[in-house]
Write a protein that binds this ligand. Structure first.
Ligand code: M6R
Length: 374
């Protein structure tokens, strides 16, 4: 039931504060032990023995995996790679010992992801060296899926049924699973100080309230900004660091439901080709959150502005961010936590652009909710 919402996608975007609240109550309880603040069903040896992680996924789930890889590497200090499941199947990297393979699929039914996981299990199990044993973890929104039958360890994101073909609340749920894993690895391996771990946990606890305000505010902002995209044919999304995958996700959401050509780029790559596309007809949507790449993203945005592109910033409202022609403001938070907020304006803007074009937002052409063929 869509309740009072026009589409399931809009309803599901609005459900995200609740998705986080539920996840936090289950996995980040207030009285959890200080050295293991996150409740996950793994023992200490799991966290200590793993040397590297590989993440296999498709579409939006792969973008969640990319944010996850950033957290696992930069916050928890574990070498992590992300693969398109469809590529991994036919060109896996050489086997490495003590490797955890994580399959991310909200439906738990994506053929390429299931096949990549099964191929990886197979090639590890023929080696009779314990170091290469196949340890697999599945992150999904369906504990009854084919993934759950295939992979013994499942992290259920518990986001509830998602009807819209465009993944929104399940993406957020997948991000949370990775925050949980990264914090657990960092706490158990002591790769971060207790203060840093507590600070991240505290920030996570503040997210539901911030999300509630943000969804409300951006619902209106995105609706009025969307009118400017009535004749737009191409859009460039820029982000860096932990928000680069959010730029990719913004582009995927937009093309999937509005059929507008959109590309996500790491902002520093602009000058290596895509800048040639820019003129006054091409909006550039840039994520600029405070952190190590803040100044860099602003200067990349400035380069786009010099080519007459109209600039939209997803960033805090500060003196520096006045360079943007329009702002989709987000609160000042640490860079670590920012993807949980920056994705909201992306989702709402895509939604309103598609809805104003009169398109079938929940059932876009040529797409299905789960892709069960190769
Ligand atoms: O069910 P999965 O998470 O495995 O689905 C993967 C992709 O097909 C999916 O994320 C697709 O890109 C979505 N329609 C994105 O909104």
């Amino acid at each position: 039931d869509k309740q009072h919402f026009r589409h399931f996608m809009l309803k599901e975007i609005h459900e995200q504060p609740e998705t986080v609240e539920l996840w936090l109550s289950k996995h980040l309880p207030i009285h959890a032990p200080i050295d293991s603040p996150i409740v996950l069903p793994y023992d200490a040896s799991f966290y200590e023995s793993i040397e590297q992680i590989q993440i296999l996924a498709c579409g939006t789930s792969r973008h969640a995996g990319m944010v996850g890889a950033y957290l696992l590497e930069q916050f928890a200090g574990i070498r992590t790679s992300v693969f398109f499941a469809s590529e991994f199947r036919y060109a896996p990297p050489p086997l490495s010992p003590h490797t955890l393979t994580i399959g991310v699929t909200q439906s738990g039914e994506t053929a390429d992801t299931l096949a990549a996981l099964s191929m990886e299990h197979q090639r590890r199990s023929v080696l009779d060296n314990n170091d290469f044993a196949s340890f697999q973890l599945g992150i999904t929104n369906s504990s009854e899926s084919s993934l759950a039958l295939q992979v013994p360890n499942i992290l259920d994101i518990g986001a509830g049924i998602e009807v819209g073909v465009a993944a929104t609340k399940t993406f957020l749920g997948q991000l949370l699973a990775f925050y949980g894993l990264a914090i657990s690895f960092a706490a158990r391996r002591k790769s971060r100080s207790q203060e840093e771990i507590n600070a991240l946990c505290e920030e996570l606890r503040s997210i539901p309230k911030q999300l509630k305000d943000l969804v409300k505010e951006h619902n209106q902002l995105a609706e009025s900004l969307a009118h400017r995209f009535a004749d737009t044919e191409d859009v460039i999304f820029l982000g860096r660091g932990i928000n680069y995958p959010i730029a990719l996700e913004g582009a995927l959401k937009l093309k999937e439901i509005s059929y507008i050509h959109a590309e996500g780029y790491p902002a520093g790559e602009m000058k290596h080709g895509p800048i040639a596309l820019l003129d006054q007809r091409v909006p550039v949507i840039s994520i600029a959150t405070e952190g190590i790449v803040f100044e860099k993203v602003l200067s990349n945005a400035q380069e786009a502005k010099a080519r007459d592109a109209s600039l939209i910033g997803i960033c805090p409202q500060t003196v520096e961010t006045q360079i943007f022609d329009s702002l989709l403001p987000i609160p000042k938070v640490s860079e670590w936590i920012s993807p949980l907020l920056t994705v909201i304006p992306m989702q709402l803007l895509s939604y309103y652009i598609a809805a104003q074009r009169g398109l079938d937002v929940d059932q876009p052409r040529n797409l299905a909710k789960s892709v069960t063929v190769e």
